[in-house]
Design a protein around this ligand. Sequence first.
Ligand code: KG4
Ligand code: ZN
Length: 339
Amino acid sequence: MSQKSITILGIESSCDDTSAAVIKNAKIQSNIVANQEVHQSFGGVVPELASRAHQQNIVPVVNEALKIANISKDQLDAIAFTRGPGLMGSLLVGTSFAKSFALALDVPLIEVNHMQGHIMAHFIDEGQNLPIFPFLCLTVSGGHTQIVKVNSPFDLEVLGETIDDAAGEAFDKSAKILGLPYPGGPLIDRYAKQGNPKAFKFTKPKVAELSFSFSGLKSNIIQRIQREEKKEPNFIENNLVDLCASIQFTIVSILLEKIENAVKKTGITQIAIAGGVSANSELRDTLLKRKKSHRWEVYIPKFEYCTDNAAMIAIVGHYKYLNRDFSDSSITPKARFKI
Ligand code: KG4
Ligand code: ZN
Protein backbone atom coordinates (compact mmCIF):
# COMPACT_ATOMS: atom_id res chain seq x y z
CA MET A 1 0.00 0.00 0.00
CA SER A 2 1.48 3.37 -0.92
CA GLN A 3 1.65 5.83 1.97
CA LYS A 4 0.16 9.28 1.56
CA SER A 5 2.78 12.01 1.70
CA ILE A 6 2.48 14.47 4.59
CA THR A 7 3.14 18.19 4.10
CA ILE A 8 3.08 20.48 7.13
CA LEU A 9 3.53 24.23 7.49
CA GLY A 10 5.32 25.14 10.73
CA ILE A 11 5.07 28.59 12.32
CA GLU A 12 7.35 29.94 15.06
CA SER A 13 6.91 33.32 16.75
CA SER A 14 7.76 32.74 20.41
CA CYS A 15 10.42 35.43 20.85
CA ASP A 16 12.05 37.75 18.33
CA ASP A 17 12.28 35.60 15.18
CA THR A 18 9.35 35.19 12.80
CA SER A 19 9.73 31.90 10.99
CA ALA A 20 7.77 29.61 8.66
CA ALA A 21 8.85 26.25 7.25
CA VAL A 22 7.41 23.59 5.00
CA ILE A 23 8.25 19.96 5.73
CA LYS A 24 7.29 17.04 3.51
CA ASN A 25 7.66 13.51 4.89
CA ALA A 26 10.08 14.83 7.56
CA LYS A 27 12.30 16.51 4.93
CA ILE A 28 12.60 20.31 4.96
CA GLN A 29 11.42 22.06 1.78
CA SER A 30 11.89 25.61 3.12
CA ASN A 31 12.78 27.31 6.40
CA ILE A 32 12.48 31.10 6.36
CA VAL A 33 13.54 33.15 9.38
CA ALA A 34 13.07 36.92 9.68
CA ASN A 35 15.26 38.28 12.49
CA GLN A 36 14.24 41.45 14.26
CA GLU A 37 17.11 43.91 14.36
CA VAL A 38 15.02 46.46 16.25
CA HIS A 39 16.12 44.96 19.64
CA GLN A 40 19.88 45.25 19.15
CA SER A 41 20.36 48.67 20.69
CA PHE A 42 18.16 47.84 23.71
CA GLY A 43 20.41 45.06 24.99
CA GLY A 44 17.53 42.56 24.96
CA VAL A 45 14.18 41.75 23.38
CA VAL A 46 11.52 44.46 23.85
CA PRO A 47 8.24 42.45 23.94
CA GLU A 48 6.05 45.24 22.54
CA LEU A 49 8.37 45.77 19.56
CA ALA A 50 8.66 42.02 19.00
CA SER A 51 4.90 41.48 18.61
CA ARG A 52 4.61 44.41 16.21
CA ALA A 53 7.45 43.08 14.08
CA HIS A 54 5.82 39.62 14.02
CA GLN A 55 2.61 41.26 12.74
CA GLN A 56 4.57 42.87 9.91
CA ASN A 57 6.59 39.75 9.04
CA ILE A 58 4.22 36.82 9.39
CA VAL A 59 2.39 37.00 6.02
CA PRO A 60 5.48 37.68 3.86
CA VAL A 61 7.46 34.98 5.73
CA VAL A 62 4.73 32.35 5.18
CA ASN A 63 4.39 33.34 1.50
CA GLU A 64 8.14 33.02 1.06
CA ALA A 65 8.19 29.58 2.74
CA LEU A 66 5.46 28.32 0.37
CA LYS A 67 7.21 29.84 -2.63
CA ILE A 68 10.63 28.34 -1.84
CA ALA A 69 9.01 24.95 -1.14
CA ASN A 70 7.28 25.33 -4.49
CA ILE A 71 3.87 24.32 -3.19
CA SER A 72 0.48 25.98 -3.07
CA LYS A 73 -1.40 26.40 0.18
CA ASP A 74 -3.99 23.76 -0.84
CA GLN A 75 -1.25 21.13 -0.70
CA LEU A 76 -0.78 21.61 3.06
CA ASP A 77 -2.08 18.77 5.26
CA ALA A 78 -1.84 20.66 8.58
CA ILE A 79 -0.60 23.84 10.26
CA ALA A 80 1.74 23.43 13.25
CA PHE A 81 2.49 26.43 15.46
CA THR A 82 4.40 27.30 18.64
CA ARG A 83 1.94 27.49 21.53
CA GLY A 84 4.63 28.37 24.10
CA PRO A 85 6.73 28.95 26.10
CA GLY A 86 7.57 32.48 25.04
CA LEU A 87 6.43 36.09 25.06
CA MET A 88 2.63 36.29 25.13
CA GLY A 89 2.33 39.09 22.55
CA SER A 90 4.68 37.26 20.17
CA LEU A 91 2.95 33.90 20.62
CA LEU A 92 -0.46 35.48 19.97
CA VAL A 93 0.61 36.56 16.48
CA GLY A 94 1.70 33.06 15.38
CA THR A 95 -1.20 31.35 17.13
CA SER A 96 -3.84 33.64 15.61
CA PHE A 97 -2.32 33.32 12.16
CA ALA A 98 -2.10 29.51 12.41
CA LYS A 99 -5.71 29.21 13.58
CA SER A 100 -7.06 31.42 10.82
CA PHE A 101 -5.00 29.68 8.15
CA ALA A 102 -6.03 26.19 9.30
CA LEU A 103 -9.67 27.29 9.40
CA ALA A 104 -9.50 28.84 5.92
CA LEU A 105 -7.82 25.75 4.43
CA ASP A 106 -9.95 23.33 6.45
CA VAL A 107 -6.90 21.38 7.67
CA PRO A 108 -5.93 20.28 11.21
CA LEU A 109 -4.20 22.64 13.62
CA ILE A 110 -1.29 21.26 15.69
CA GLU A 111 0.12 22.95 18.80
CA VAL A 112 3.84 22.54 19.49
CA ASN A 113 5.92 23.15 22.59
CA HIS A 114 8.91 25.28 21.55
CA MET A 115 11.39 23.34 23.71
CA GLN A 116 10.17 20.01 22.35
CA GLY A 117 10.75 21.58 18.92
CA HIS A 118 14.40 22.39 19.76
CA ILE A 119 14.95 18.75 20.79
CA MET A 120 13.03 17.22 17.89
CA ALA A 121 15.05 19.27 15.37
CA HIS A 122 17.39 16.25 15.49
CA PHE A 123 14.72 14.24 13.68
CA ILE A 124 14.54 16.47 10.59
CA ASP A 125 15.48 13.94 7.95
CA GLU A 126 18.70 14.93 6.22
CA GLY A 127 20.11 11.43 5.93
CA GLN A 128 22.04 11.78 9.24
CA ASN A 129 22.16 9.24 12.10
CA LEU A 130 19.14 9.85 14.32
CA PRO A 131 19.48 9.75 18.11
CA ILE A 132 18.42 6.43 19.63
CA PHE A 133 15.91 6.53 22.49
CA PRO A 134 16.46 7.09 25.34
CA PHE A 135 18.99 9.89 24.88
CA LEU A 136 20.01 12.91 26.96
CA CYS A 137 19.52 16.37 25.50
CA LEU A 138 21.14 19.52 26.87
CA THR A 139 18.63 22.20 25.87
CA VAL A 140 20.28 25.59 26.08
CA SER A 141 18.58 28.72 24.79
CA GLY A 142 17.99 32.34 25.73
CA GLY A 143 15.13 31.37 28.04
CA HIS A 144 15.88 27.78 29.10
CA THR A 145 18.62 25.51 30.30
CA GLN A 146 17.63 21.92 30.92
CA ILE A 147 18.91 18.38 30.78
CA VAL A 148 16.12 16.28 29.33
CA LYS A 149 15.87 12.49 29.13
CA VAL A 150 14.13 11.86 25.84
CA ASN A 151 12.35 8.49 26.00
CA SER A 152 10.33 8.99 22.80
CA PRO A 153 9.20 12.00 20.70
CA PHE A 154 6.38 12.53 23.19
CA ASP A 155 7.90 11.32 26.45
CA LEU A 156 10.35 13.96 27.66
CA GLU A 157 11.61 13.96 31.24
CA VAL A 158 13.36 17.05 32.63
CA LEU A 159 16.19 15.76 34.89
CA GLY A 160 17.50 19.19 35.87
CA GLU A 161 17.20 22.85 34.97
CA THR A 162 18.40 26.31 35.86
CA ILE A 163 17.32 27.87 39.12
CA ASP A 164 17.86 31.40 37.75
CA ASP A 165 19.28 32.60 34.40
CA ALA A 166 19.50 30.49 31.25
CA ALA A 167 22.85 29.77 29.55
CA GLY A 168 21.93 32.08 26.66
CA GLU A 169 21.16 34.84 29.16
CA ALA A 170 24.57 34.26 30.76
CA PHE A 171 26.16 34.87 27.35
CA ASP A 172 23.93 37.86 26.53
CA LYS A 173 24.24 39.55 29.95
CA SER A 174 28.02 39.06 29.98
CA ALA A 175 28.17 40.56 26.49
CA LYS A 176 26.12 43.54 27.68
CA ILE A 177 28.58 44.14 30.53
CA LEU A 178 31.35 44.14 27.90
CA GLY A 179 29.41 46.73 25.86
CA LEU A 180 28.47 44.30 23.05
CA PRO A 181 25.03 44.52 21.35
CA TYR A 182 22.21 41.96 21.77
CA PRO A 183 22.30 39.03 21.23
CA GLY A 184 25.84 38.83 22.55
CA GLY A 185 26.27 35.02 22.50
CA PRO A 186 27.45 34.79 18.88
CA LEU A 187 29.80 37.78 19.39
CA ILE A 188 31.41 36.28 22.50
CA ASP A 189 31.86 33.09 20.47
CA ARG A 190 33.57 35.04 17.68
CA TYR A 191 35.92 37.12 19.89
CA ALA A 192 36.73 34.12 22.10
CA LYS A 193 38.47 32.45 19.17
CA GLN A 194 41.33 34.98 19.47
CA GLY A 195 41.50 34.99 23.28
CA ASN A 196 43.03 33.00 26.13
CA PRO A 197 40.34 31.00 28.00
CA LYS A 198 42.53 30.80 31.12
CA ALA A 199 43.30 34.55 31.28
CA PHE A 200 40.57 35.22 33.88
CA LYS A 201 39.09 32.82 36.38
CA PHE A 202 35.41 33.16 37.23
CA THR A 203 33.68 31.23 39.98
CA LYS A 204 31.43 28.33 39.13
CA PRO A 205 28.12 27.98 41.00
CA LYS A 206 27.58 25.41 43.72
CA VAL A 207 24.19 23.88 43.00
CA ALA A 208 22.65 20.38 42.99
CA GLU A 209 24.28 17.94 40.55
CA LEU A 210 21.78 18.39 37.70
CA SER A 211 20.72 22.00 38.42
CA PHE A 212 22.24 25.05 36.77
CA SER A 213 22.76 28.60 38.04
CA PHE A 214 24.24 31.49 36.09
CA SER A 215 23.23 34.63 37.99
CA GLY A 216 26.31 34.48 40.27
CA LEU A 217 28.60 34.46 37.24
CA LYS A 218 27.16 37.78 36.11
CA SER A 219 27.88 39.43 39.49
CA ASN A 220 31.34 37.85 39.51
CA ILE A 221 32.16 39.37 36.08
CA ILE A 222 30.82 42.82 37.06
CA GLN A 223 32.85 42.85 40.30
CA ARG A 224 36.02 41.75 38.54
CA ILE A 225 35.66 44.38 35.82
CA GLN A 226 34.91 47.15 38.31
CA ARG A 227 38.02 46.21 40.30
CA GLU A 228 40.25 46.13 37.23
CA GLU A 229 38.85 49.37 35.78
CA LYS A 230 39.99 51.24 38.91
CA LYS A 231 43.57 50.31 37.96
CA GLU A 232 43.16 50.38 34.16
CA PRO A 233 40.32 52.56 32.76
CA ASN A 234 40.38 50.83 29.33
CA PHE A 235 40.42 47.37 30.90
CA ILE A 236 37.53 45.95 28.81
CA GLU A 237 38.83 47.33 25.54
CA ASN A 238 42.37 46.07 26.21
CA ASN A 239 41.25 42.60 27.29
CA LEU A 240 38.09 42.00 25.25
CA VAL A 241 39.11 38.77 23.52
CA ASP A 242 40.56 37.24 26.72
CA LEU A 243 37.43 38.21 28.67
CA CYS A 244 35.21 36.61 26.00
CA ALA A 245 37.32 33.45 25.91
CA SER A 246 37.33 33.14 29.72
CA ILE A 247 33.59 33.76 30.05
CA GLN A 248 32.81 31.24 27.32
CA PHE A 249 35.18 28.69 28.85
CA THR A 250 33.44 29.04 32.23
CA ILE A 251 29.91 28.65 30.79
CA VAL A 252 30.86 25.70 28.57
CA SER A 253 32.69 23.96 31.48
CA ILE A 254 29.57 24.29 33.63
CA LEU A 255 27.42 22.79 30.85
CA LEU A 256 29.82 19.90 30.26
CA GLU A 257 30.07 19.11 33.99
CA LYS A 258 26.29 18.78 34.16
CA ILE A 259 26.20 16.48 31.14
CA GLU A 260 28.82 14.29 32.81
CA ASN A 261 26.72 14.19 35.99
CA ALA A 262 23.65 13.16 33.96
CA VAL A 263 25.61 10.42 32.16
CA LYS A 264 26.82 9.09 35.52
CA LYS A 265 23.32 9.18 36.97
CA THR A 266 21.47 7.56 34.05
CA GLY A 267 24.16 5.47 32.36
CA ILE A 268 22.98 6.95 29.04
CA THR A 269 25.80 7.91 26.67
CA GLN A 270 23.71 9.13 23.73
CA ILE A 271 24.11 12.91 24.06
CA ALA A 272 22.35 15.61 22.05
CA ILE A 273 22.42 19.40 22.33
CA ALA A 274 19.67 21.78 21.24
CA GLY A 275 18.67 25.46 21.36
CA GLY A 276 20.46 28.68 20.43
CA VAL A 277 23.53 28.09 22.62
CA SER A 278 24.12 24.74 20.86
CA ALA A 279 25.47 26.92 18.02
CA ASN A 280 28.42 27.79 20.27
CA SER A 281 31.63 26.54 18.69
CA GLU A 282 33.42 25.71 21.94
CA LEU A 283 30.47 23.67 23.21
CA ARG A 284 30.30 21.81 19.88
CA ASP A 285 34.08 21.20 19.73
CA THR A 286 34.33 20.09 23.36
CA LEU A 287 31.46 17.65 22.92
CA LEU A 288 33.06 16.19 19.82
CA LYS A 289 36.28 15.65 21.81
CA ARG A 290 34.26 13.89 24.52
CA LYS A 291 32.79 11.68 21.83
CA LYS A 292 36.27 10.27 21.31
CA SER A 293 37.62 10.36 24.87
CA HIS A 294 34.42 9.22 26.64
CA ARG A 295 32.96 7.08 23.82
CA TRP A 296 29.72 9.05 23.84
CA GLU A 297 27.45 9.12 20.82
CA VAL A 298 27.07 12.84 20.16
CA TYR A 299 24.33 14.61 18.16
CA ILE A 300 24.91 18.23 17.18
CA PRO A 301 22.26 20.09 15.18
CA LYS A 302 23.01 21.99 11.98
CA PHE A 303 23.46 25.71 12.67
CA GLU A 304 20.13 26.70 11.10
CA TYR A 305 18.28 24.35 13.49
CA CYS A 306 20.02 25.64 16.66
CA THR A 307 18.53 29.10 17.02
CA ASP A 308 14.78 29.65 16.72
CA ASN A 309 13.30 28.34 13.48
CA ALA A 310 10.02 26.89 12.23
CA ALA A 311 11.57 23.72 10.78
CA MET A 312 11.75 22.33 14.32
CA ILE A 313 8.08 23.18 14.86
CA ALA A 314 7.14 21.52 11.56
CA ILE A 315 8.95 18.26 12.45
CA VAL A 316 7.01 17.98 15.71
CA GLY A 317 3.90 18.73 13.62
CA HIS A 318 4.83 15.80 11.38
CA TYR A 319 5.07 13.36 14.30
CA LYS A 320 1.86 14.66 15.88
CA TYR A 321 0.09 14.37 12.52
CA LEU A 322 1.05 10.69 12.38
CA ASN A 323 -0.57 10.31 15.85
CA ARG A 324 -3.62 12.38 14.77
CA ASP A 325 -2.85 14.61 17.74
CA PHE A 326 -4.71 17.76 16.68
CA SER A 327 -5.70 20.94 18.55
CA ASP A 328 -9.05 22.59 18.92
CA SER A 329 -9.57 26.00 17.32
CA SER A 330 -10.32 27.50 20.76
CA ILE A 331 -6.68 26.91 21.81
CA THR A 332 -4.75 29.83 23.37
CA PRO A 333 -0.98 30.43 23.73
CA LYS A 334 0.85 29.60 26.95
CA ALA A 335 3.72 31.88 27.95
CA ARG A 336 4.81 29.24 30.49
CA PHE A 337 4.54 25.79 29.04
CA LYS A 338 6.38 22.79 30.47
CA ILE A 339 7.48 19.91 28.25
O1 KG4 B 1 16.94 29.18 20.94
P1 KG4 B 1 17.14 30.63 20.75
O2 KG4 B 1 17.32 31.15 19.33
O3 KG4 B 1 15.98 31.46 21.37
C1 KG4 B 1 15.34 31.11 22.54
O4 KG4 B 1 14.48 30.21 22.50
O5 KG4 B 1 15.74 31.71 23.56
O6 KG4 B 1 18.42 31.04 21.63
C2 KG4 B 1 18.92 32.33 21.63
C3 KG4 B 1 20.14 32.37 22.52
C4 KG4 B 1 20.65 33.78 22.76
O7 KG4 B 1 20.88 33.93 24.14
C5 KG4 B 1 21.96 33.82 21.97
O8 KG4 B 1 22.92 34.69 22.50
C6 KG4 B 1 22.41 32.37 22.09
O9 KG4 B 1 21.22 31.63 21.92
N1 KG4 B 1 23.38 32.02 21.04
C7 KG4 B 1 24.67 31.73 21.31
C8 KG4 B 1 25.30 31.49 20.06
N2 KG4 B 1 24.35 31.64 19.07
C9 KG4 B 1 23.18 31.96 19.70
N3 KG4 B 1 25.34 31.66 22.47
C10 KG4 B 1 26.64 31.33 22.42
N4 KG4 B 1 27.31 31.10 21.26
C11 KG4 B 1 26.69 31.16 20.08
N5 KG4 B 1 27.36 30.92 18.94
ZN1 ZN C 1 14.32 28.74 21.26
